[in-house]
Write a protein that binds this ligand. Structure first.
Ligand SMILES: [Zn+2]
Length: 773
């Protein structure tokens, strides 16, 4: 009988013990948190309310000393010594309740209060208290005192929908909890006890009274000296909650999309710089809005670390009237000319080009594709680096044709241009003129490679691409084995501050630092790009309309470059990029062609060439020419006494290039005419104008609606394969082949009509256009 009782007793105790041991849920709290985005130094950039509409930040690492001290002093003096239940306080409470002294004494320890928060029960019945006590005793087994304090600070209610110390600190004082003063800590320490009663802004006197009581206790215990105590009493109690910072909202959206919300994310951003650049962007776009240009984006990355310092996905001041909520850093847009430096670099690295080599700039038609330069002019031949700086389209298209669309397409994919998803044939040669879309993010990531290979800093991060989160495993680095010598050539070509073609005072762009930069403009003036870099930073700018609407003046040079330089002026100065001495070598270069000097080149200079370009072919444009004694005519040994002739080295362009080149190069001599007795092929012209005939007055009839009708110019060529290029007053009209008919609608007046064939033969006529009936 006694034994039976004993077994029942042990069993009963075991069941009770097990019930107690497993009573505590794990984890203690499963509430959703705010999405909190901070900068590299922990400064709050942005926060979004938790899924349950509470301002509850993720648990903090440690509870600040001032708050912890104030809280323990106010709520639970023996917190560090009791085991979850404070027997002395409990006895006192029971006595005072029995004596019905009116004032209800709490006697709940912080641990018990924490259990009540976890159980989310508002009732304070005896039964509930008993459960809280059991839980509290158990919790003291599982958690250290510091962990309990941390849980308390993270989940305590602070009035309204503000939960946890960190959220409260930001909502009431606009600062992180570790920066709270004694007075502020005291206010927040008294709030969880009765958050409804003394909700800040509602009952300031009661709140002040409670705070002052706590400050006095802290002073008496020696935590505060007299001066701090007196000054603390003078501080105001907080008013209604404040709005949280709203910096980098587009990044916050992006991070929520990538990582799901409810997390605290420390980014690589520089909060102060972010705020300054965002203000600048807002101001800038407000100005452009007068021209109906409403959106812009800026991305700034640190070259060495790849860390993104500024992320402005759009303007932030206005409502979503013009698509301001769109994150234009990750929106694919037409690339314009912004990819040209990569083609230049690849061709130099591939031994196809020296950086200064001339490339043709002449009327070009390739399979129905007729690229035009921005200014509709032709220079005949232009150095590759100058063509890049001036962003000439025809040289770029001809370079791409030589390099190959599939090769360049492959390069761009390796460079991380994630939006180039179609086949090479889909883009064709337009790939270099904006036929493909790109994102500002990918652009900055790819451009960073250029200064990165030139950097000799040992601490440089050479394995990650640009990234916004610390230890971001998704930061993909472009796979580009860029040669340092080639990177140097690109950098030199892009650091020309003065850019031709546009009549703007470019001196305003010259800053004290050397910036290498490139602009781009998409077809139809829809997108303005500018990307620049120095040794420290890569800056990318996009300006346009999220709707895709094009506007006059929406060009890379006019709309994006000014903002780019404005941002560089905000960035700290860095030393110039080092010259990569091991990767370049001085070599003789033909001044005329920019190719490696051959034995017939007359004008030579020594230049530092990237090592791969040492293997380019020697100059193919300079030839030896036999001249007569006067030096005015070409001769050959069958028609002229060799001893009286002399040889000269001449730079000679193909005929059509020569025809355009001469206009801007009066020093160009080319080939002199043959001495008449030496010219075997001078058997009349190969090309003839059929209509209008010599010095004709051309009657252009007026149509019924008053417009002038067009006329058809006609010519014939001896060679059936020939192409004729037509010009009116040096304005290029178009090219014909086979049937040489060209329709034009000239206004009345006098014109010079010039025909040039693909071999350089020229026919000129003057004509007068009059209106007839
Ligand atoms: Zn030469």
């Amino acid at each position: 009988m006694k034994q039976k009782l004993y077994i029942t007793g042990v069993t009963g105790f075991t069941i009770l013990f097990l019930a107690w041991w497993f009573c505590l849920p794990n984890p203690l709290f499963s509430d959703p948190f705010c999405t909190v985005v901070s900068d590299q130094s922990g400064q709050l950039l942005n926060a979004r309310i938790a899924a349950d509409q509470q301002w509850r930040f993720a648990p903090i690492d440690s509870v600040p000393f001032k708050f912890a001290t104030a809280l323990i002093t106010f709520e639970d003096r023996r917190f560090y010594t009791h085991f979850g239940v404070d027997i002395r306080a409990m006895a006192r409470a029971i006595r005072s309740n029995l004596l019905a002294e009116g004032k209800k004494s709490g006697a709940s320890t912080l641990t018990m209060q924490l259990m009540r928060m976890s159980r989310k029960k508002v009732s304070r019945s005896f039964w509930q208290k008993l459960i809280e006590t059991a839980w509290a005793l158990r919790a003291e087994w599982r958690f250290s005192k510091d962990e309990l304090l941390r849980l308390y600070a993270s989940h305590a209610p602070f009035g309204g929908n503000v939960v946890g110390l960190e959220a409260a600190s930001w909502r009431y004082y606009h600062k992180p909890a570790h920066a709270l003063t004694w007075s502020e800590s005291a206010v927040l320490a008294v709030l969880p006890n009765a958050p409804g009663l003394i909700y800040p802004g509602r009952n300031p006197d009661a709140l002040r009274q409670k705070r002052n009581y706590l400050l006095l206790r802290l002073y008496e215990k020696g935590y505060l000296d007299r001066e701090t105590y007196e000054l603390s009493l003078l501080e105001n109690v907080p008013g209604p909650t404040m709005a949280l910072p709203d910096l980098a909202p587009h990044l916050t959206d992006q991070l929520i999309q990538q990582n799901a919300g409810g997390r605290s994310l420390t980014t690589t951003l520089n909060g102060n710089l972010q705020a300054e650049v965002q203000r600048g962007l807002n101001r800038y776009i407000t100005t452009l809005s007068r021209n109906h240009i409403h959106n812009g984006a800026v991305l700034v990355a640190d070259v060495a670390s790849g860390e993104v310092l500024v992320y402005c996905g759009n303007t932030t001041e206005r409502e979503n009237e013009y698509g301001e909520q769109n994150n234009m850093i990750v929106t694919p847009r037409s690339s314009g000319s912004i990819l040209k430096p990569f083609l230049f670099a690849q061709m130099v690295q591939n031994r196809q080009l020296t950086p200064w080599q001339i490339v043709p700039d002449i009327p070009t038609q390739i399979g129905g594709f007729a690229p035009r330069n921005f200014d509709e002019q032709y220079s005949g031949a232009v150095k590759a680096d100058a063509a890049l700086a001036a962003s000439l389209n025809i040289p770029a298209v001809r370079m791409l044709r030589e390099y190959g669309v599939p090769s360049f397409h492959y390069d761009l994919q390796k460079l991380g241009f994630s939006t180039i998803t179609q086949s090479p044939g889909h883009y064709g040669l337009s790939l270099i003129l904006g036929g493909a879309e790109t994102k500002l993010w990918d652009l900055v990531n790819a451009y960073r490679e250029i200064p990165l290979v030139l950097s000799r800093d040992k601490n440089v991060n050479r394995t990650d691409g640009i990234h916004v989160l610390r230890n971001d495993e998704y930061a993909e680095k472009p796979q580009w084995n860029l040669h340092a010598g080639v990177a140097w050539s690109v950098t030199e070509a892009l650091s020309e501050v003065k850019r031709p073609l546009i009549d703007v005072n470019w001196l305003t762009f010259s800053s004290s630092r050397k910036v290498s930069w490139k602009t781009g403009t998409s077809l139809g003036l829809r997108d303005a790009w500018a990307v620049g870099y120095d040794s420290g930073f890569v800056v990318g700018v996009w300006v346009g309309n999220a709707s895709g609407e094009g506007r006059p003046g929406l060009t890379g040079l006019q709309a994006a470059a000014p903002l780019l330089f404005d941002i560089f002026n905000k960035l700290p100065n860095r030393p110039a990029l080092p010259r990569p001495g091991l990767y370049i070598q001085a070599v003789d270069i033909c001044i005329e062609s920019g190719m490696r000097a051959g034995r017939h080149c007359g004008n030579i200079e020594s230049k530092d060439i990237p090592l791969p370009a040492l293997e380019t072919v020697a100059c193919t444009f300079c030839v030896p020419v036999q001249l007569d004694a006067s030096g005015r005519y070409r001769v050959h040994k069958l028609c002229y006494v060799p001893s009286e002739s002399r040889e000269e080295k001449r730079f000679v362009l193909p005929p059509l290039q020569e025809w355009y080149y001469r206009r801007n190069h009066p020093e160009y001599r080319g080939l002199p005419p043959w001495l008449p007795e030496c010219n075997e092929s001078a058997s009349g012209s190969v090309m003839q104008l059929i209509y209008p005939t010599t010095t004709a007055r051309v009657l252009v009839p007026r149509e019924v609606d008053g417009n002038l009708e067009s006329i058809v110019l006609k010519a014939a060529h001896r060679n059936a394969e020939a192409i004729i290029y037509w010009h009116l007053n040096d304005q290029y009209l178009g090219a014909t082949s086979g049937l040489h008919h060209l329709e034009v609608s000239p206004e009345p007046g006098n014109y010079d009509l010039t025909l040039v064939d693909d071999k350089g033969a020229v026919v000129k006529e003057t004509l007068t256009v009059v209106v007839g009936r």
